[in-house]
Design a protein around this ligand. Structure first.
Ligand code: FDA
Length: 312
């Protein structure tokens, strides 16, 4: 019941300004976001890798309408990738990028438009990742960005075929998108979808999203690509394991992914059982939208968030 209002709030600049002076170190934020700086993020990655995990790092930020801010985000990724290489982590740690953080939402009137700016900025990050010896996955945002994001993915893959994509089972179109992307060399992260979407484009009931998730899993695991199974849902994890066996998938030809701080014991269990387990690790000061989406998935945590606010 709280999911919808929380997701609406996640887009509110006004509330964001009110609460985002809260430091990452405060209780609930820290449980989902380990730090603000490159150093904190790399140190947290080091700990995860030492515990047998793989990592994908997200420099927090989204929906920027400022060219300079988009460029600062690119610079942050370039610095991060240099540091991952320097500290010997690039084999096990890649980066996840939200195209709206690197300019996708900018209007057409600005320097060729948001799509073009985001493409060029993403290209710079892909180049830095290649130089560091790792990869980029493009996060997927709300449905209004899906076509642009997949078009940018196609462009990037001409030079950087290792670039990964995210597809959201909540959208009606996604099973078809999975078919289009289930080809050799294609890295696809399948998630349920974290955004508030209208019924014209998305399933509204959880059960329908889950059914779609399973159909998409079948397409990806039966295909030739590299599926990245991003879910904390015990049923989806079990079904993915059975489907992987059914389609003769060896371990290492697909991976599981979960968000930092969510079900860490299950992350550990999967890693210890020999699965590739990658943790999505967000860092930075722009945690507001990310945190609100996490609260929408788990409204039980709302009271902890309110307590953090009151005691700040
Ligand atoms: P579901 O929401 O049904 O949760 C299953 C169980 O997981 C819950 O019962 C609970 O135990 C636990 N859980 C889930 N969320 C929790 C939380 N916030 N706090 C504590 N426990 C929680 N989305 C998107 O739209 N675009 C993207 O690019 C990405 N990227 C992405 C990367 C990775 C690695 C992951 C794991 C997820 C994403 N997502 C995403 C988010 C995704 O779409 C989805 O919103 C969340 O993963 C929650 O869905 P589950 O599949 O976990 O199932």
């Amino acid at each position: 019941m709280l999911r919808q209002p929380l997701l609406m709030l996640s887009r509110s600049r006004h509330v964001q300004e009110l609460v985002s002076t809260m430091p990452v170190s405060s209780g609930i934020v820290h449980s989902y976001v380990p730090g603000e700086t490159t150093d904190a993020a790399v140190t947290a990655s080091e700990e995860l890798v030492a515990g047998g995990m793989w990592v994908t790092l997200d420099f927090l930020g989204e929906d920027t309408l400022d060219v300079e801010q988009a460029e600062a985000t690119v610079a942050a990724y370039v610095e991060l990738l240099g540091e991952l290489a320097h500290r010997g982590l690039a084999r096990r740690a890649e980066v996840s990028v939200k195209l709206s953080a690197v300019g996708q939402a900018l209007p057409d009137s600005v320097a060729g438009g948001g799509h073009k700016i985001a493409l060029e900025n993403a290209r710079t990050i892909c180049r830095a990742a290649r130089n560091a010896g790792t990869t980029v996955t493009l996060d997927m945002e709300d449905h209004t960005t899906t076509d642009s994001t997949l078009a940018i993915l196609r462009e990037l893959r001409k030079d950087f075929p290792e670039t990964g994509a995210v597809l959201q089972a909540a959208l009606h179109r996604t099973e078809a998108d999975c078919r289009a992307l289930a080809h050799e060399g294609s890295r696809v992260r399948l998630c349920k979808g974290a955004y508030l979407e209208p019924e014209e484009v998305a399933f509204q009931d959880r059960i329908d999203v889950d059914r779609s998730y399973v159909r998409c899993l079948k397409v990806l695991l039966a295909g030739q690509g590299y599926p990245m199974i991003a879910t904390h849902d015990p049923r989806m994890i079990e079904i993915a394991g059975s489907l992987a066996s059914r389609y003769g998938r060896e371990r290492g030809t697909y991976e599981f992914q979960m968000l930092y701080g969510i079900r860490p014991l299950e992350q550990q269990r999967l890693a210890e059982s020999g699965e590739t387990m990658r943790v999505y690790l967000p860092y930075g000061t722009e945690w507001y939208g990310y945190l609100m989406r996490r609260l929408a998935e788990r409204p039980a945590n709302l009271s902890f968030f309110v307590k953090s606010l009151v005691s700040k």
